[in-house]
Design a protein around this ligand. Sequence first.
Ligand SMILES: Cc1ncc(COP(=O)(O)O)c(C=O)c1O
Length: 360
Amino acid sequence: MRPATLTINLTHLANNYHLLQQQAGNAEIMAVVKANAYGHGLLSIAKALYQVGCRSFAVTDTREGTALRLGLTSDAHITLLSGIFNIDDAQQCVEHQLTPVCIQYTQLNMLQEAGFQGSIWLKVDTGMRRLGVNNIAELTHSVSQSPFQLAGIMSHLACADTPPHPLNQTQFARFQQIQSSTHAPAYSLLNSAGLIAFPQYTYDIVRLGLALYGIEPISTQPLGLKPVAELSSQIIQIQKVKQGESVSYGASWMAPHDMNIAVVALGYADGLPRLLSNKGKACVNGHLLSIVGRVCMDYCMLAVENDAVVEGDKVVFFGEESNQPSANHIAAQCQTIAYEVLTNLDRRLNRIYIGENHDE
Ligand SMILES: Cc1ncc(COP(=O)(O)O)c(C=O)c1O
């Protein structure tokens, strides 16, 4: 078996959940497990969160929602953040007790046609300029006349990870105004960064993804979260290269002197960003080694300077130890965000679940 592995620590997940619940006070956590739980594995993550008390989950659509419903106990609330797109989706909501987030009348009509009698969220746009109900008062009224119930009203912050950004205050003011002019059982505004930066706006439910997976959403305000995922593989060959010889496709890197190169079984088809070519680092036996040459589909190469490494040694690309790179660190090197690094791992890695909540 190829040694390319994502190790998921469910004890860390549970600790993060408890830490975030403290931060959220009386507000309930809706665990955002869309995109296969940000690459961590939908059912294993949801079951572990369920075991520590989480009863509310968010996925993107009926495909993810149905998979979750079939794998999880029936008293969990499953919200579809992207709502429904057609009548078939509406029927899935009926069949699997899914709670769609709605933004327009056509969705309400489809639900009604499908005989839906569950609950829905309404989403308002307070400044993100992505999705939202245009006239919240009218839609809330329509829901009150329909056979289904209103679960709540939600909105989403565009700049939660940049707390001083003025758009945050604009969105708070608009959401506050919506709250005071509507009657809904619950209100929800904050994601992970929002909870850390603005705990005074938790309302009833906070929708948390990134922080549950142990990624600090705001590096200047660390909460002490522990990374849940570790990306690792093994050295499968040590190559001797002569000064001036090049390594990997395109011959983009040349050995400055005679040295060893460690070939590692992890490449971009596993989710290791190709942008780490000649830039990234990985940790072997506690030492950081540089990725040299281009990252290939199945392999990457590390420069071995004076380090004693041998074939079979474990190589950590990101993990929990302070001397290992973090997902945030890799994302910064690739000019992207940890969300993209994590969701790109949803490919062909071996997944190993460890920790006290593992129930498989
Ligand atoms: C509507 C909505 N709410 C909450 C979240 C969770 O965000 P985070 O992972 O930053 O906590 C997302 C994630 O993209 C989202 O789209």
